[in-house]
Design a protein around this ligand. Structure first.
Ligand SMILES: Nc1ncnc2c1ncn2[C@@H]1O[C@H](COP(=O)(O)OP(=O)(O)OP(=O)(O)O)[C@@H](O)[C@H]1O
Ligand SMILES: [Mg+2]
Length: 160
């Protein structure tokens, strides 16, 4: 189960790697930085390509949702040899109907956001597709919390 990392010694130091990032709503200058940082972290501890790809999609979509739709946010990352856990919480307006928000194509993105390429309504469905487990909780007027778990299958050090 721990055979997924080429440099086993690194893992002993990196297990239980925890990191938090803050997200500023509507900050399109820094938007995307967290998912890039997470990609770097996951590469450095030796996860395979497929795990990194799935984690990147989940990180990017959840980060961008806070930037576009949410409020002040916190992005929490926990990395263990066999799993990656991300928890993204914001104190924005919340999601009124989570089942609806989870549907492909549903979006409340403004015309301005659509013009710059967002608002396809694919972010949450993409997270669901790429995560092994996903949970959204939200309270109207209080905020939103998205929990994501990605299991690292044993694979031959990034060949996949
Ligand atoms: N953190 C959040 N706070 C408030 N509303 C949210 C949040 N995340 C998602 N939503 C709501 O859920 C809808 C669907 O989100 P989803 O990520 O699937 O699509 P999108 O962000 O609108 O478009 P895309 O992700 O394809 O650019 C959003 O349009 C928004 O109404
Ligand atoms: Mg989105």
């Amino acid at each position: 189960m721990y055979g997924l990392v080429p440099g086993g010694r690194e893992w002993i130091e990196m297990a239980h790697l925890l990191k938090t990032f803050s997200i500023t709503p509507r900050d399109f200058v820094r938007a995307g930085e967290i998912s890039i940082a997470i990609q770097g972290i996951l590469k450095s501890v030796g996860f395979g390509q497929d795990v990194i790809r799935r984690a990147s999609v989940c990180a990017y979509e959840s980060e961008m949702n806070v930037v576009m739709h949410g409020g002040k946010g916190t992005f929490f990352l926990a990395v263990e040899p066999e799993m990656i856990v991300m928890e993204v919480a914001d104190d924005g307006p919340g999601i009124q109907d989570i089942d609806l928000a989870m549907q492909e194509g549903y979006s409340t993105a403004s015309p301005e956001y659509r013009e710059i390429g967002f608002g396809a309504g694919m972010g949450l469905p993409n997270i669901k597709k790429n995560a092994d487990e996903m949970e959204i909780t939200s309270e109207k007027g209080k905020g939103t919390r998205v929990k994501i778990l990605i299991r690292a299958e044993e694979e031959s050090g990034g060949a996949g």
